[in-house]
Design a protein around this ligand. Structure first.
Ligand SMILES: C[S@@+](CC[C@H](N)C(=O)[O-])C[C@H]1O[C@@H](n2cnc3c(N)ncnc32)[C@H](O)[C@@H]1O
Length: 270
């Protein structure tokens, strides 16, 4: 990228900082650049300064850019191998403790915490009554979608296939053609809230913490602070799951033992 374009990008990022409820400083520049470029293409903006003009004059574009920056790609039972490796962990936790706290952070549109609720209800060796599931995301829109609990099969997303790891999804999801609605009885198992994992104080005494597919977007300088937040949230002996392509930063490795390395499930030793 030429230095002129680079300055243009910096101006867009500064604008985001001032005018959009999103803190770009915590995210890596390559990620910000890709998301902004995708919106520029959608709006036929040839340069960053053209795009700044669009942003200044159009409330909907500011919202669209916010949505693009808080990218919320997700899925039910995303990375099925991880869910297979997690089963014995949840079985053991609920066998040993009367109350188990799980936190899906971030949860995007809710498919991750609902997967845990369904897995727990589906597996006879998991005592799902002792499991309390909390879930958060920075995006209000994502949390709204999660609370609504309606998912559509589209050209690129097959919800029925995503629910494949279950013996049957019928007890938890009502299907009408391409529309899948989470049943009220399952919705009640998950508590959703908006929460900024970088700036807000975390939940504490968590036994099972999912922090998947957020670290990949975070600037290197903020990975360790984010991990320190995760450590504050976990009780010693609790479990942490990160995304398939994510790792524990070097400075935090002593505090975690790998339980299932391929699945990125770790136990926090405290
Ligand atoms: C790719 S999704 C991951 C969802 C799920 N954990 C998974 O792996 O399928 C990333 C989510 O992180 C959220 N996010 C980005 N920055 C955040 C922050 N500072 N605090 C909480 N959530 C954040 C986005 O809104 C988005 O929904």
């Amino acid at each position: 990228m030429s230095s002129v374009e680079n300055d243009g990008l910096s101006r867009v990022i500064r604008y985001v900082e001032d005018e959009v409820p999103f803190e770009p400083g915590y995210y890596n520049e390559a990620y910000l650049q890709r998301r902004i470029a995708a919106r520029m293409q959608r709006r036929n903006a040839d340069s960053h300064d053209d795009y700044l003009g669009v942003l200044r004059g159009d409330d909907d574009e500011r919202q669209a850019l916010l949505d693009a920056l808080t990218i919320n790609v997700t899925g039910f039972f995303r990375d099925p191998d991880m869910w297979a490796d997690l089963r014995p962990v949840v079985q053991e936790l609920t066998a040993e403790q009367r109350s188990v706290t799980a936190w899906s952070a971030p949860c995007a549109d809710g498919r991750e915490p609902y997967s845990l609720a369904m897995l727990a209800a589906d597996d006879p060796d998991i005592d799902d009554r002792s499991l309390d599931i909390y879930a958060c995301d920075i995006s209000e829109e994502a949390i709204e979608a999660a609370r609504t609990g309606i998912y559509e099969t589209t050209r690129t997303t097959d919800i029925g296939e995503e629910l494949g790891p279950l013996t049957s999804y019928e007890p938890y999801v009502e299907q009408e053609d391409a529309t899948f609605r989470i049943r009220e009885s399952l919705k009640r198992r998950v508590t959703f809230e908006t929460h900024d994992l970088i700036q807000d104080r975390p939940r504490t005494d968590v036994d099972l913490l999912f922090c998947r597919n957020l670290l990949i977007y975070i600037d290197a300088a903020y990975k360790e602070p984010l991990f320190e937040t995760l450590q504050t949230a976990l009780r010693p002996g609790g479990y942490l799951v990160v995304g398939k392509t994510e790792t524990v930063p070097p400075g935090c490795r002593d505090a975690f033992d790998a339980v299932a390395k391929r699945s990125r499930i770790y136990q926090y030793t405290g």
